[in-house]
Design a protein around this ligand. Sequence first.
Ligand code: ATP
Length: 195
Amino acid sequence: MRRIGLTGGIGSGKSTVASLLQERGAIVIDADSIARELVEPGEPALEALVTEFGPRILTDSGTLSRGELAKLAFSDPEATKRLNAIMHPLIRAESARRLEVAAAAVVVYDMPLLVETKQQDLVDTVVVVDIPESLQVERSVTMRGLDREDVERRMQMQASREERLALADYVIDNSGSLGELKAAVDGLWSDLHAR
Ligand code: ATP
């Protein structure tokens, strides 16, 4: 994971650049939107702000009046400091939490022909779902309704079981029941997070 800090002056285009990066696949953690979420009714940050600046900063419906808070908090540097002392640690903690979630993201690229097209270097971990060839035919015919000869012909064109296993970092044996498969996937999932 590469962490990018995006900054710029007011109105410079940070949000625009962030959303362009998001469109291209980046995960964006936005301090402004975190700050807005932290002061929703019922959030501890809102209570702390009311304790500090008084109930005047609330609207009649109990939400934060940003205008009122800005008037009080930006009227003198000391008040701004008190606002920042409440908000900044909470924003930092929430940003760190989201960064952790993003860093732990597991992207699964479902590539039937990974071995045949030699794309193993595109990924960190090759997981091979393995069953005996006879079971491949059996399940394709009975579960998927495919033609037996057609399945066998396609298997001839694909990499062999051994060729796949040779490239595997992790093998999921799927010759058993769906329940056993789920247990195997749980095992994979915890191993991936232990690395
Ligand atoms: P703020 O600090 O106020 O949150 P920001 O740095 O996030 O601002 P943006 O909201 O991305 O800035 O951009 C400010 C305004 O300028 C927006 O209305 C945006 O649509 C517009 N804008 C951004 N880049 C361009 C551009 N290249 N041409 C025209 N308008 C632009």
